[in-house]
Design a protein around this ligand. Structure first.
Ligand code: UDX
Length: 441
């Protein structure tokens, strides 16, 4: 079986590589020649645990190829996956120009029946636009070739994408015909050995499922951030409350951790896009608007604590920041709360010494150029007035506090992810601020 994946970004590259891992012949196509040349030499454009080894293995086996020519690669492919970017336009709606450009190219060059699958997160109604675009391109060349569209949203988490793909909770596929359904079933069969289902549905429902899933998860997080902030005011402890509610299986233990706000390439963009789609169709998404509001507010919560402790003028002070990426195990800085936190501190006059295990190169593009990047977490502490823990990388969880105490000027920790035990650090003489805890100091 042969397929083509267009777009070697996060989604496309992981999808293509995992399909090749189960023996499917995959060509990953991208217009970026440099990226394709790099991939051929085993240079990954993104950081994802396990990806490089898997790419190299499958390239060597001859079933994973990289190319800049969609025209060549779709010959003989049973499906073409569109996994190109859908950047948010100025008004928050997803820009479909790349998706539709691929659809047009498919129409121009396909030479047999093919399923055109949208894998990028696209608004409800996009598959219909893809269908129209392919049809128009076929009409232009006076071709009557048959094709189908399908929607196959991805639920990969950065940092765990390979495992998520190989052992999915579920696979959602929107189809219009049995012919397309059979091809999609054949493609995904190797991944369903753990008993989880492929859920077939109509195309608009599949498109909506992705937005509903991400919006529900973002809602859980914002809800817990609101509860955490209220806990502080009322003298309750959100860690207790989290355990208390999480043990109810209807609520569940996941995605109820308060913090400095959600970031990344999906939640902020998808929540915005769903609000926008609803608005365009005359329906106000009241809950989701509040989810966004809470998230914006949450990015300031840690700096508000800094101000409460040190005052509004931070001139002459230095802060150590541990963690820059929007979450651990990724170098992704998109919508990372660290950007807002660091900018606010700099605006108040502070200097920043930062360390992140993998995201510092990426961060240089997004952050103020006055920041000092350090070689490890301890170097960031030298002469710093306080430590801000922003991203909960595993290596920050059990630091050597004797060393930390020697390096920091003041024993003050602002823990944006509640990873330290307040009692333990207080015992060591620290002033400790977490998120949503009853006794702050
Ligand atoms: C998410 C979805 O999980 C995935 O299914 C979808 O395909 C893409 O978007 P990802 O963006 O990789 O994946 O990150 P995820 O692990 O879901 O975390 C998102 C954000 O929520 C992070 O900023 C994280 O720090 C935050 N978060 C998560 C919390 O603040 N609290 C939690 O309890 C969980």
């Amino acid at each position: 079986m042969k397929i083509t994946i267009v777009g070697t970004g996060y989604v496309g590259l992981v999808t293509g590589t995992c399909f090749s891992e189960v023996g499917i012949d995959v060509t990953c196509v991208d217009i970026d020649q440099k990226k394709i040349d790099g991939l051929k030499e085993g240079i990954m454009p993104i950081y994802e645990p396990g990806l490089e080894t898997m790419v190299l293995r499958n390239v060597e086996k001859g079933r994973l190829h990289f190319s800049t020519s969609l025209k060549d690669s779709i010959q003989g492919s049973e499906a073409v996956f569109i996994a190109v970017g859908t950047p948010p336009g100025e008004d928050g709606s997803a820009d479909l120009k790349y998706v539709l450009a691929v659809a047009d190219e498919v129409g121009q060059h396909m030479n047999d029946y093919i399923v055109v699958v949208t894998k990028s997160t696209v608004p409800v109604g996009t598959a219909r636009k893809v269908k129209n675009t392919v049809n128009k391109a076929l009409e232009k060349r006076k071709s009557e070739l048959a094709f189908d569209v399908a929607s196959n949203p991805e639920f990969l988490k950065e940092g765990a994408a390979i495992q998520d793909f190989l052992k999915p909770d579920r696979i959602v596929v929107g189809v219009e015909t049995d012919r397309a359904k059979k091809i999609m079933e054949k493609l995904y069969k190797p991944f369903l050995l753990n008993g989880h289902p492929t859920i077939f549905m109509d195309v608009p429902s599949a498109e909506m499922t992705k937005y509903a899933a991400n919006s529900m998860l973002a809602t859980k997080i914002s809800f817990m951030n609101d509860i955490a902030n209220l806990c502080e005011i009322m003298g309750a402890d959100v860690n207790m409350v989290r355990r208390g509610i999480g043990s109810d299986s209807r609520i569940g233990t996941k995605f109820i951790y308060p913090g400095v706000g959600y970031g990344g390439s999906c939640f902020p963009k998808d929540v915005k896009a769903l609000i926008k789609t609803a608005e365009e169709n005359g329906y106000p998404m009241r809950v989701l608007k509040s989810v966004e509001d809470v998230n914006e507010h949450q990015k300031s919560v840690l700096v508000n604590k800094v101000k409460k402790h040190f005052g509004d003028n931070l001139t002459g002070m230095t802060f150590a920041v541990w963690g820059l990426s929007f979450k651990p195990k990724t170098d992704d800085m998109r919508e990372a709360p660290s950007i807002v936190i660091i900018n606010q501190l700099i605006e108040l006059g502070a200097e920043i010494k930062a360390f992140d295990p993998v995201a510092m190169e990426e961060a240089k593009r997004d952050l103020h150029d006055t920041i000092t990047y350090c070689k490890d977490e301890y170097e960031a502490l030298v002469d710093a007035d306080a430590l801000l823990l922003v991203t909960e990388w595993p290596e920050f969880r059990v630091p050597n506090f004797t060393v930390v105490s020697k390096l920091l000027k003041n024993k003050v920790i602002f823990d944006g992810r509640n990873i330290y035990d307040p009692a333990e650090v207080k015992e060591l003489g620290y002033v400790y601020y977490g998120i949503g805890l009853s006794q702050e100091q």
